[in-house]
Design a protein around this ligand. Sequence first.
Ligand SMILES: [Cu+2]
Length: 168
Amino acid sequence: MKRAVYSLVTALALVATAPLLSGCSGVPAGTTGDGPVALAEGWAKSADAGGMTGVFGTLTNHGPTPLSITGIESDAAGVAELHEVTADGVMQEKARGATLAPGEPFELSPGRDHIMLMDLGHDLLPGDDVTFALRFSDGSTQSYTVPVKDYAGANESYEHGDGHGSDH
Ligand SMILES: [Cu+2]
């Protein structure tokens, strides 16, 4: 299931590990990152080295044109993907990606869409920061640093969904 799609996007994620170019645009007030897409109240769930975790918050595109997320990368993770949780509780790579319409909040939250950091290179402990970058459809890349928090809410599992994941 989804294997072909997964492999393609994994390949894209690997391609996306090229060195980052930092944006040159101004940073809107209250923005995490260095370009037009703000991440408000971003955080990552604490997790052990070798495991995986979710990154959450609210993305808002303050630019004039829609931007799609075309890749995610993080020095902390071997692989980073945009995930969704299906109606029956299965976590998987987000089938249609994400398009950020100007001014429209895009929520990343436990049990719903999230950024998944996999194959973590080290423990992410409460109080740590974790940095990742989003690559957008216009070719730009924006980096974000979010705090790591302990979180035991919702009942969703962040073990990788191979058809057995559930948030119920
Ligand atoms: Cu996930």
